[in-house]
Design a protein around this ligand. Structure first.
Ligand code: ATP
Length: 239
């Protein structure tokens, strides 16, 4: 259904073998929104991404994507259903050129004409990459590599883009550029789930935010409300 949230997770438990990590997690990404999940090291953010991506199976609860149940979906099914993941650390193919990385992003698609259009459109979003299609991915700066990773994910024509700590290790001016890009991408109709340790940036660009602690969602509110919440400020903004 068209009015279903883009992503709806409820009652989710997950972990590794007998080690539980996520407990009763509920997260919704409404259509047309940027949602952020903030949390400290080890809170369970990466585990949640693995569950959404179909890389590990939950032990309880459900995941629904665009109104369809995908609790047991495999990674390739999630990609085909419209999930784009920008993994932490970018995971680019360093020996491949920018063009090859972007082409790989579209590997699951059969609509070649639309792929060609998206190729041009994605490059319009990233003027800093436009003239460097033949450059090997490993030769780009950290910020540019992050942009290549985002551009590659966009080549899969996702409905939801899941970003795992896209600003980590970047200089402040580059962080601002990535933040602006995320907002621009959202205006193009791609919904965003932004996983971040940088709460300040994440809550500034998001519509709604969740705080994950020890595998549990302990706060859920409008991002602007979380940004001024004294507990959040103390724990995640260092003020
Ligand atoms: P970070 O920001 O460091 O990536 P995170 O919030 O993403 O942290 P997770 O990586 O999801 O946190 O880890 C949550 C918990 O799960 C931690 O206690 C971690 O030790 C544990 N964990 C992570 N990966 C595994 C694994 N492969 N096997 C067993 N336990 C794991």
């Amino acid at each position: 259904p068209l009015d279903a949230p883009t992503l709806e997770i409820s009652g989710l438990d997950a972990g590794y073998g007998t080690v539980p990590v996520l407990h009763d997690v509920a997260i919704t990404v409404e259509r047309g929104s940027v949602v952020t999940l903030i949390g400290a090291n080890g809170a369970g953010k990466s585990t949640l991404i693995k569950v959404i991506g179909g890389l590990i199976q939950s032990t309880a609860g459900s995941v629904s994507f665009n109104g369809a149940d995908c609790t047991r979906s495999r990674p390739d099914q999630m990609v085909r259903a419209g999930l784009g993941i920008v993994p932490e650390g970018r995971r680019l193919f360093g020996e491949m050129t920018l063009r090859e990385n972007l082409e790989l992003g579209a590997y699951a698609r059969t609509d070649r004409q639309q792929v060609a259009k998206d190729f041009d459109r994605v490059l319009e979003l990233f003027p800093e990459l436009r003239d460097r299609l033949s450059t090997h991915a490993k030769s780009f700066s950290g910020g540019q590599q992050q942009m290549v990773a985002i551009a590659r994910a966009l080549m899969g024509a996702p409905k939801l883009l899941l970003l795992d700590e896209p600003t980590i290790g970047l200089a402040p001016v580059v962080v601002d550029r990535v933040a602006a890009l995320i907002q621009e991408i959202s205006e193009f109709g791609v919904d965003i789930l932004l996983i971040e340790q940088n709460a300040e940036v994440a809550l500034t660009i998001a519509d709604f935010g969740y705080v994950l602690e020890n595998g549990r969602v302990v706060m859920a509110d409008n991002a602007k409300a979380l940004l001024v919440n004294p507990e959040v400020r103390l724990a995640y903004l260092g003020v």
